[in-house]
Design a protein around this ligand. Structure first.
Ligand code: MN3
Length: 198
């Protein structure tokens, strides 16, 4: 079953002025689509694996019967597809605060402000391309960290079916460069305005 671009739940300009329409359109129709195209191309070589869910595949990346080059292609592009699919969903033009998550965050990090400060700091300091993540670990505990490239928390730690991604912030330059150029911190500050869950 080939993977397809999930429908964007709002218009390209819906997150203006925080995320501009041109960035949204290119990010969604070019970058996300390219991950899907490359993912489908590599899975064409493995019809048995292609029947499995993407979460299952990238959560068990190291055990899949494929050559290392294809494994890397699956990692980068499968990760790119799941990461961006979540990213579009957690943003929106209107706040739809998840009260359960909010309470959990307060309990784990002291306050929402403290959580945002820690998460923003990790996003700002991440060197190069990657994502900042709020995840649930194996025991269900909330944790913050960043991962390089398109690595998904589902892949971390390897061999353990990974962590469950809750919130992810794309800090690749393609996510902010048109509007913010080198000012990643401004993009991070703006992103909280369009993160609908908190
Ligand atoms: Mn991206």
């Amino acid at each position: 079953m080939p993977h397809t671009l999930p429908k964007l739940p709002y218009a390209y300009d819906a997150l203006e002025p925080y995320i501009d329409a041109q960035t949204m359109e290119i990010h969604y129709t070019k970058h996300h689509q390219a991950y899907i195209d490359k993912l489908n191309a590599v899975l064409e070589k493995y019809p048995d694996l292609a029947k499995k869910s993407l979460e299952d595949l990238i959560g068990n990346l190291h055990d899949l019967p494929m050559n290392e080059e294809d494994r890397k292609t699956l990692k980068n592009n499968g990760g790119g597809h799941v990461n961006h699919s979540l990213f579009w969903q957690i943003m929106g033009p209107k706040k739809e605060v998840n009260q359960v998550l909010l309470e959990e965050i307060k309990k784990e990090f002291g306050s929402v402000e403290e959580f945002k400060k820690n998460f923003s700091d990790i996003a700002a300091k991440h060197f190069g391309s990657g994502w900042a993540w709020l995840v649930r670990d194996e025991s269900g505990k909330l944790k913050i960290y960043s991962l390089p490239n398109q690595d998904s928390p589902l892949m971390h730690p390897p061999h353990l079916n990974g962590h469950t991604p809750v919130l992810g912030l794309d800090v690749w330059e393609h996510a902010y460069y048109l509007k913010y150029q080198n000012r990643r911190q401004e993009y991070i500050d703006a992103w909280w305005k369009v993160l609908k869950l908190l």
